[in-house]
Design a protein around this ligand. Structure first.
Ligand code: 9WO
Length: 252
């Protein structure tokens, strides 16, 4: 069972992953465990203070080291008691390395992770140096806190856990597994205004359908994320399909 420990000032936010959808069902089936740690419970003064003004002045507040370090220690100890030989603490921040599918697969292969979700203007840098193993960003933007990013990382990992997705939804078909964007999808009604379902999808010819889907995935990737094609060698068949897509686009 994969072990998540999350340090957060807003534990209630994580009901989004524990109570609904694919991740909610995975937790019900005990494919992962999630324990939430609130730094306020580790604050040393009666006001349960977890933040203070930044040295050097400037806007916002900074999260203090001590409550965070105590919460992270408790989380690490729980991971170890759950069987982890090594614990791995990830701080979600705009300064982190951009999360890619490859890293998701590596994290999913661990026994678990400890996620630190910051708030305010960030955490005291001494906490990062002392207690964080890795900083991860989910994109080049600033959120109100690290919680949503932590849930993105959790969702990506849980999808990769054996048993989360049935064969039909297999994560192995996730678009970034193939290194390509996903193909278009259609469902009933067959006719909807002017927009019709591509006839090949109604043909029942599974090899032609697979060929069409791969061509669409290649074409979309070429149009929208050519950088992904630079990272992925195309087979002769894929190159031919992409050429066919380009010709169809030009009306040739
Ligand atoms: C808050 C703030 C307030 C006044 C002036 C400047 C400020 N910067 C920030 C800020 O960057 N806050 C962050 C909030 C501190 C770390 C936790 N927070 C966060 C994480 N926002 N966005 C992320 C995040 C995490 C992963 N991937 C993308 C964004």
């Amino acid at each position: 069972m994969y072990q998540f420990d999350v340090v957060t000032l807003f534990p209630e936010m994580f009901e989004a992953v524990t109570e609904s959808g694919v991740t909610g069902r995975a937790r019900e089936r005990r494919l992962f465990e999630l324990v939430l740690w609130n730094p306020r419970d580790f604050a040393t003064n009666s006001y349960r203070t977890v933040d203070d003004r930044p040295y050097g002045g400037g806007p916002g507040m900074v999260m203090m080291v001590e409550p965070l370090e105590k919460a992270l220690t408790a989380a690490r100890q729980r991971q170890e008691s759950a069987g982890a030989k090594r614990t791995h603490v990830i701080y979600l921040s705009p300064q982190g390395k951009l999360l890619k599918h490859e890293r998701v697969m590596e994290l999913a292969a661990l026994p678990g992770v400890v996620l630190l979700a910051g708030r305010y203007e960030g955490v005291d840098e001494r906490l990062v140096s002392r207690a964080v193993d890795e900083e991860i960003s989910i994109g080049d933007y600033v959120l109100s806190g690290g919680e949503l990013a932590a849930m993105v990382v959790m969702d990506c990992i849980v999808r990769q856990l054996p048993g989360t997705l049935g064969d039909a939804e297999s994560a192995s078909q996730d678009s970034f597994v193939s290194g390509l964007l996903d193909c278009p999808h259609y469902t009933r009604p067959e006719a909807y205004g002017e927009a019709a379902v591509p006839p090949v999808l109604l043909s029942g010819n599974h090899s032609e359908i697979a060929r069409w889907r791969l061509k669409q995935a290649l074409g979309r990737t070429w149009q929208r994320r050519p950088d992904l094609l630079e990272q992925r060698a195309l087979s002769a068949e894929e190159r031919a399909l992409l050429d066919e897509y380009k010709k169809e686009l030009q009306g040739v």
